[in-house]
Design a protein around this ligand. Structure first.
Ligand code: NAD
Ligand code: UDP
Length: 346
């Protein structure tokens, strides 16, 4: 069985990917410092998979420790999720983001070089990196293909751009590196068991967790940011993708790197957009709960519409998303209604 190391594996996307890798015959190893996740995730993973998943608790910034972890587990691949992800916080505290996200990626890559040399390995493990559609900035048109120009509008997005460039430079310097860059669109939903899901601390910045918390009664109403966008109903349009589809995309990326030579950058999205009001209506329908909302001003930095052209992922990885908006909302609701306070209430 091939082992796969998941940095940030206890987080939202990492935990779903761990379950999916295991179901596909890999042996996932979770590495996390729990800076934005809860140790209870490990119990939930055991409940879902029927076995204790190996955990390495520590910080990706600790290069020496990380290289020992690599030598211990000898992973065939690494998926690098670990990092900070709140856009607003990155504007207020840019150094936190440059340090943890860019510093974390440098540390991981150096640990990979170190372990490869010390272990006498033929080449470093394959590497999958969590990038984001944010690297497209304000796209000139939709759907977005991977060769659209990249830009950034905040320090968080800047870190994703820099890390993509660092990876490209390393591949150019050492062709034994195999890297898959995955640009996620808008991950939502949860594992169908309702045991793991998205658990933001404080008021959610993102639409789906906010809607879920309104539906469960934790917050009185949703603020809809803007009603005058040039979209069919005036609200922002995004490419929401079920986190289980996204997780399957990671498994496909790992398989592709292990089986087919070369590196790649692909969009992981569904190829279709939904407006804020469509999401609200779908959530009300599947949950049977009202989601009161009020229109308010546009949020600074938001784009009107954003959705992927997922053709390259289909061609290179043989992967495409299969779950629709109702399933995303139903699974998000199962998680939220069974865990109204997230992992904190146990
Ligand atoms: P998350 O915060 O739930 O997971 C990240 C995990 O990394 C957390 O468990 C956190 O404790 C851990 N972590 C952070 N810094 C660490 C460090 N220095 N050492 C060890 N562990 C550390 O976030 P997520 O939503 O699962 O996102 C995973 C990745 O995907 C991130 O890189 C994020 O930028 C990227 N991404 C997320 C989205 C999204 O909407 N969720 C969209 C595009 C890209
Ligand atoms: N949105 C909203 N109210 C909220 C959060 C988000 O109206 O409380 C809107 C936002 O303006 C955007 C869409 O929902 O049009 C998705 O926002 P999210 O932050 O989830 O994703 P992103 O903007 O990063 O793609």
């Amino acid at each position: 069985m091939s082992s796969v190391l998941l940095t940030g594996g206890a987080g939202y996307i990492g935990s779903h990917t761990a379950v999916t890798l295991q179901a596909d015959g890999f042996e996932p190893v979770v590495l996390d410092n729990f800076s934005n996740s809860h140790p209870l995730v490990m119990d939930r993973l055991a409940q879902i998979t029927g076995r204790d998943m190996p955990l390495e608790q520590g910080d990706v910034l600790d290069t020496g420790w990380l290289s020992q972890v690599l030598l211990r587990h000898r992973p065939a691949a690494i998926v690098h999720f670990a990092g900070d992800k709140a856009v607003g916080e990155s504007v207020a505290q840019p150094l936190k983001y440059f340090h943890n996200n860019i510093g974390g990626a440098v540390s991981l890559m150096r640990a990979m070089v170190q372990a490869t040399a010390e272990g006498g390995w033929e080449r470093p493990p394959a590497l999958v990196f969590s990038s984001s559609a944010t690297v497209y900035g304000d796209p000139a048109s939709v759907p977005i293909t991977e060769d659209f120009p990249r830009s950034h509008t905040n320090p968080y997005g800047h870190t994703k751009l820099v890390i993509e460039d660092m990876l490209a430079a390393q591949i150019a310097a050492d062709p034994s590196w195999r890297v898959g860059v995955l640009r996620y669109f808008n991950p939502v939903g949860a594992h169908p068991s309702g045991l793991i899901g998205e658990d933001p601390e404080g008021p959610p910045n993102n639409l789906m967790p906010y809607v879920s918390q309104v539906a469960v009664g934790r917050r009185p109403f949703l603020q809809v940011y803007g009603s005058d966008y040039p979209t069919p109903d005036g609200t922002g349009v995004r490419d929401y993708i079920h986190v289980m589809d996204l997780a399957a995309g990671h498994v496909a990326a790992v398989r592709s790197l292990l089986q087919t030579p070369g590196s790649f950058t692909v969009n992981l999205g569904t190829g279709r957009g939904h407006s804020v009001l469509e999401v609200v209506r779908a959530f009300e329908r599947v949950s049977g709960r009202p989601v009161p909302f009020r229109f308010t001003d546009r949020r600074a930095g938001d784009v009107a519409q954003c959705w992927a052209d997922p053709t390259r992922a289909r061609q290179r990885l043989g992967w495409c998303a299969t779950r629709g908006l109702d399933e995303m909302c139903a699974d998000a609701w199962r998680w939220q209604s069974r865990n109204p306070q997230g992992y904190r209430a146990g």
